[in-house]
Design a protein around this ligand. Structure first.
Ligand code: PLP
Length: 391
């Protein structure tokens, strides 16, 4: 399918066809291994002389279709799939670094990414630093001769601060340092970091790409050589692969990604404006708010502001917990990007492991609540949230 087609079309048709019998849905190759017609064919496949499948940890047709489709949607050369977002993140970080190297990260990473970086420092002497990535001087002051990559999340969870990707890319290119972006919160529909000059994109496909709260999976997109390198090293030998069935579910999820994202964004706009006016809400954190410091960057690099909103209430931790306890339609859960609206309390849930001082510095106070706005009618979401806020 030509890459000149629109995103919405490519989400449904992108990638090579694997439908030998004309089935409309892609076939699910639920197999561990592939048979050879002869000993010589087996030899040729292992030698790389003949193209073809060997064993599903090394490649599988259903998984390959997903990898082709996500690469097209992100505007990258090639894609690679993993059993979870963290398997994708760890395979990339381990592929790019060795003992003695240094990683420069954005402030406020996904909790397990933070944990992985700590483990890499303690066990393998691969060090890291944090930067808020706002200020060129400050970024430059943290780049060392050992810096092998810049790792960014934008929007930052849960305060929804944005990082200007083009600004970071300009600095990184001058120093020949690859930029890796965790694009989970946006999905390729809202933000395409590779088109902005970034080198590698990672996803927790568990979130918007799957979109239905029924799969845990990860994806990586980048240059062909890099993807091939990861496929044949950290992916093959550590082995955090995606099952063919999960790839099949993600291919189904991707078909409706543009439609779902627009509805997530529509609903979130409504809920954000209503929350902002509510008497018990102190402040909202939402890149679509024209008063947000993130607004200008959002307009520059995102199609729309996304489906997440955080807010502080006028009250205590107990008051925040009581709001969670009063919702009925909305579900109390971590994760995001599902059809269901999910509410969580970052200070005691997603960011509970962050020491209090660091947590408060990140703006994660005890009266902060995060909402992943789902696909229900916004009127019903608001009615539930309003009764919970009113108490
Ligand atoms: C959920 C998430 C991850 C981890 O993904 P899993 O699929 O849960 O392993 C990484 N980064 C971000 C931003 C996430 O939200």
């Amino acid at each position: 399918m030509s890459e000149s087609k629109s995103f919405d079309t490519l989400a449904i048709h992108g990638g090579g066809a694997v439908s030998p019998n004309g089935s409309l849905a892609p076939p699910l190759y639920q197999t561990s291994t592939f048979t050879f017609e002869s000993a010589e064919q087996g030899e040729a496949r292992f030698a790389g002389i003949e193209e073809g499948y060997i064993y599903s940890r090394l490649g599988n047709p259903t998984v390959k279709l997903l990898e082709e489709r996500i690469a097209i949607l992100e505007g990258g050369e090639a894609g690679l799939s993993f059993g979870s977002g963290m398997a994708a993140v760890s395979a990339v970080l381990l592929a790019l670094t060795k003992s003695g190297d240094h990683i420069l990260c954005s402030q406020g990473l996904y909790g397990c990414t933070f944990g992985l970086l700590q483990m890499m420092e303690e066990k393998y002497n691969i060090n890291h630093d944090f930067s808020d990535m706002d200020d060129e001087e400050e970024i430059l002051s943290k780049i060392t001769p050992h810096t092998k990559l810049i790792y960014i999340e934008t929007p930052i969870n849960p305060t929804m601060k944005l990082i200007d990707l083009q600004k970071v890319v300009t600095i990184a290119k001058r120093h020949h340092i690859p930029v890796v972006v965790d694009n989970t919160f946006c999905s390729p529909y809202l933000q395409q970091p590779i088109k902005l000059g970034c080198d590698i994109v990672v996803h927790s496909a568990t979130k918007y790409i799957g979109g239905h709260g029924d799969v845990i999976a990860g994806l990586v997109i980048g240059k062909k050589d890099f993807i091939q390198h990861v496929a044949m090293t950290t992916k093959k030998d550590i082995g955090g692969i995606m099952s063919p069935f999960d790839a099949w579910l993600l291919l189904r999820g991707l078909k409706t990604l543009p439609v779902r994202m627009d509805r997530h964004c529509d609903n979130t706009e409504k809920i954000a404006s209503l929350l902002k006016e509510h008497k018990n809400v102190e402040r909202i954190f939402y890149p679509g708010d024209p008063e947000s410091p993130a607004y200008e960057i959002m307009k520059k690099q995102m199609r729309r502001p996304g489906g997440l909103i955080s807010f502080t209430i006028k009250g205590t931790k107990k008051d925040a917990q009581n709001i969670l306890n009063r919702v009925k339609l909305i579900k109390i859960a971590v994760s995001l990007g599902d059809t269901e609206t999910l509410i969580q309390h970052p200070a005691t849930m997603t960011h509970a492991v962050v020491p209090e001082e660091a947590r408060l510095k990140m703006g994660i106070t005890d009266h902060l609540i995060r909402l992943s706005v789902g696909l229900e009618a916004w009127e019903d979401i608001w009615e539930d949230l309003k009764q919970a806020l009113n108490g």
